[in-house]
Ligand binder design. Structure first.
Ligand code: 6PG
Length: 257
């Protein structure tokens, strides 16, 4: 049973400061333990909340970071819908992470919606992205799943996380590290995503959710464990689970302050 560490803040600014503190601590600890910090970042509102304070931190060994995307939309990397593009504006443009350590998808590899590939949940773009993960995580030894130091996740009003949507067959995936979906209910429809077992093997997973629009789904996530929402299926097997909320999002939860 995973007991999440839940924090709620009066303002998104306070949330950003606390989140940056956790990221800074985990970065230092990971670099001390294994000389690098492997982190996955989601899209949506997260990159801005993440970057706000983190981009000013001088006490981080940015050159030891290996950055991946928890999910990515299959659009050009300079398109405003690209999670990379948002992260670039909010963080990468402000800190010295070596460009070769920022592991982007290659949207130009995407095939034209081949139904057979969709059934198999792979596409050339997801296969290539998975290979980048293999190169970083499984160079020296064979492993079943990568062990990220930290995955930063958002949650949608329907309870999705990464590009793992309620009721989608991908929730049963237990072999692939990266999967392709061509039918995302949240636009744009074509995406690649880390799979649930990868998320659940991370050493630390932190959800970030803000605003009153998240009140109802957070109530359901915390109070109705039987709903089997993708965000409820995030239960790190050996890691820690954090929730960073603002008071607008957490107002229906019964949190000990
Ligand atoms: C994406 C995401 C997605 C996001 C949630 C929450 O690329 O669409 O990575 O999983 O994190 O939809 O988004 P908001 O924080 O914008 O509500």
């Amino acid at each position: 049973m995973v007991h999440p560490i839940v924090k709620s803040f009066a303002t998104s600014n306070e949330l950003s400061v606390s989140l940056a503190k956790l990221v800074t601590e985990l970065s230092a600890k990971s670099i001390e333990a294994h000389d690098r910090f492997t982190v996955g970042i989601s899209g949506g509102s997260l990159p801005k909340l993440l970057g706000a304070d983190l981009k000013h931190r001088k006490d981080i060994k940015w050159d030891k970071w290996e950055v991946f995307f928890c999910d990515e939309r299959i659009v050009p990397l300079d398109h405003e819908d690209s999670n990379y593009f948002v992260c670039k504006n909010e963080l990468f443009d402000h800190v010295p992470i070596p460009p070769e350590k920022i592991h982007t998808i290659k949207p130009e590899l995407a095939s034209d919606n081949d139904p057979k590939n969709e059934e198999e949940a792979t596409d050339p773009v997801s296969v290539e992205y998975e290979q980048q993960l293999i190169d970083v995580f499984a160079k020296a030894s064979s492993i079943k799943f990568p062990l990220f130091d930290l995955l930063l996740l958002g949650v949608g009003p329907d309870g999705h996380t990464c590009s793992l949507f309620p009721g989608h067959p991908l929730l049963d995936e237990n072999v692939l590290w990266v999967a392709y979906i061509g039918d995302s209910p949240k636009p744009p429809p074509k995406r690649v995503t880390l799979t649930l077992p990868v998320v659940n093997h991370a050493r630390n997973v932190a959800f970030v959710a803000t605003g009153s629009g998240k009140q109802d789904i957070l109530y359901q996530i915390f109070e109705d464990p039987s709903s089997n929402l993708p965000s409820q299926l995030v239960k790190p097997v050996n890691g820690k689970l954090y929730w960073f909320l603002d008071d607008a999002a957490s107002s229906k939860l019964n949190l000990a302050k």
